[in-house]
Every structure is written in structure tokens, then in C-alpha cells.
Design a protein around this ligand. Structure first.
Ligand SMILES: Nc1ncnc2c1ncn2[C@@H]1O[C@H](COP(=O)(O)OP(=O)(O)O)[C@@H](O)[C@H]1O
Ligand SMILES: [Mg+2]
Length: 262
């Protein structure tokens, strides 16, 4: 199958620091690719380049949605990249703490709705219908991540693991083709991690492509179709979980001498 996302030679310099160094990446629809590597390896910076928060110093990003013409994402601002089909969560949770759980998800719909100021003031039938659809879809997403009962709570009042799931729901509300998760299991207890595992698996089964930055090696080994390892901005290895587990450079750079993820 043709790649959904093709990244060629992606490079990001900050002054004298090369945070991402000529990285290539491919992702197919319905594929889970994990991005692993030590802290400071450039994983989050790569996400920031893919989602338009940083303008890469060099390289190419091409999105080829099945059945639609491919397009170059180079230099597009974040909202255009979201509209093109890439949605993300953040390593440090970035919810709107003083909005409700439901409203946080509804915000994600914004890129797919059409009503503007006119609609907000005069409230024609089309705007009212669109709002009703937004609420319905957002509630369905809350149902899916197990937070429907907390819909009217402040987001700030949710426990940590639930806030991470809520960020995923907000990203899903944009109807992405590719979901980028930056350390989604960080700070989760074992049960929350298990629920996250089930959620990611079900999203993949729906055909979503997922790019996953994660330090929980058991989760990575269990979920990933393909693993890319970064160190000092470079891709130092890639392969199946089985190949990565045995890769000498990976063991040296990241996993330590012990055997991981068994
Ligand atoms: N906005 C920035 N300005 C300058 N340096 C940055 C910026 N963002 C990241 N870096 C640097 O880029 C490198 C990679 O960081 P990061 O992508 O956060 O790594 P990871 O997510 O793999 O832990 C680090 O050396 C970090 O200090
Ligand atoms: Mg990071």
C-alpha cells in the first residue's frame, strides 16, 4: 500500500543545534509506527515539524490520503496541517483547564465546521444543526474514551490519565488520517496504560495511522508494526519490534544492556 505520509530528509536546526538530522519516515494507513530514543533525541521536535509548530530547516513532508491527490505539507501552519489530516497530543498536556471536558473535545471540531461570526450572532438553522452535530460527535468520542460521565466537569479536575485520554479525544475530533501521540502513557498507572493500549489498538483497527513517541517499551513492543530509533537527531535504526529488540546500536544507545519488552 502507498504510504500515507512520506518524510524525506527532515532537518531542524536551532541556532547551532541540529535537533533533527535528515530523518526519513514512512507511514501507511492503519499502521502504528513508534518513535523511540533517549531524552533529547529529537522526537518531539520531529512531531513539531510534522504538525507545523516548527518550520523545518530542510526536507519534505508529503501526505497522500487514499483516493485523493497527494499534497506537500512543507511550510503549512498548524491549522492547515490539522485540516489536512494530522492531529496530535502533547508531551506536556495542553488542555483548556477552565473549559468542560465536552467543550475541550468540541474545540477539536472547529477545523471541520463552517459557521463563522455571522452564524454565532444570527444563529441560522445551519449553524444550530452544525452545533448539534458537534455536540453529538464529541459525546460519542467521550463515550469511546470512557469519559462520557465526566462531560460537564472542568478538564482541570480530571485525574492525570483521564486528561491524557481527553487530549486524544480532542485530536480525534478533527477526524485525522494520522494521529501523533507524544508519550501518551507517561504518568499513567498500569490499568490506565492497559486502557490506552486497547484504545490505540481500536483506533488502528478503524484504519487510523498512528505515530507514537513512547518510553514504555512493553507498550511499544506490543503495539508497533514498525519502530524507528532516534539518537542525537538521527535515525540510528528501524525495523520490526523483534529486530529492534536485538539491534546492537539500539541496545547501546537506548535500552541499556538488559533485554527489554519480553
Ligand atoms: N525550541 C527549541 N529551541 C532550541 N532548542 C530546542 C528547541 N526544542 C528542542 N530543542 C533541542 O532539541 C533537542 C531535541 O529535543 P526534543 O525534540 O524535545 O527531544 P525528545 O523529545 O526526543 O526528548 C534537545 O537538545 C533540545 O534542547
Ligand atoms: Mg519529547
Amino acid at each position: 500500500m502507498q504510504p500515507l505520509l512520506t518524510v524525506n530528509d527532515l532537518t531542524m536546526d536551532f541556532g547551532g543545534i541540529r535537533a533533527v538530522d535528515r530523518v526519513d519516515l514512512r507511514l501507511r494507513p492503519g499502521e502504528i509506527v513508534a518513535l523511540i530514543g533517549p531524552n533529547g533525541a529529537g522526537k518531539t521536535t520531529l512531531f513539531n515539524c510534522l504538525t507545523g509548530l516548527h518550520r523545518p530547516t530542510g526536507g519534505d513532508l508529503v501526505l497522500a490520503p487514499p483516493g485523493r491527490p497527494q499534497r506537500n505539507l512543507n511550510g503549512l501552519p498548524p491549522h492547515r496541517i490539522t485540516a489536512a489530516g494530522l492531529a496530535r497530543t502533547f508531551q506536556n498536556i495542553r488542555l483548556f483547564p477552565h473549559m468542560t471536558v465536552l467543550e475541550n473535545v468540541m474545540v477539536g471540531r472547529h477545523c471541520r465546521t463552517t459557521s463563522k461570526v455571522f452564524g454565532a450572532i444570527f444563529r441560522p438553522e445551519a449553524t444550530v444543526r452544525e452545533e448539534r452535530e458537534t455536540v453529538g460527535m464529541s459525546l460519542a468520542l467521550l463515550e469511546r474514551i470512557g469519559l462520557a460521565e465526566q462531560a460537564d466537569e472542568w478538564a482541570a479536575n480530571l485525574p492525570y490519565g483521564a486528561q491524557r485520554r481527553l487530549e486524544i479525544a480532542r485530536a480525534l475530533a478533527t477526524e485525522p488520517l494520522l494521529l501523533l501521540l507524544d508519550e501518551p502513557a507517561a504518568g499513567m498507572n498500569p490499568q490506565e496504560t492497559q486502557e490506552l493500549d486497547a484504545l490505540i489498538t481500536s483506533l488502528r483497527d478503524d484504519g487510523l495511522a498512528i505515530l507514537l513517541i513512547e518510553h514504555d517499551m512493553k507498550l511499544v513492543m506490543r503495539l508497533s508494526d514498525h519502530i524507528v530509533v532516534m539518537d542525537y537527531g538521527r535515525k540510528i535504526a528501524e525495523g520490526t519490534p523483534e529486530e529492534i529488540r536485538r539491534h546492537p546500536a539500539v541496545i547501546r544507545a537506548y535500552l541499556g544492556e538488559e533485554e527489554y519488552g519480553a
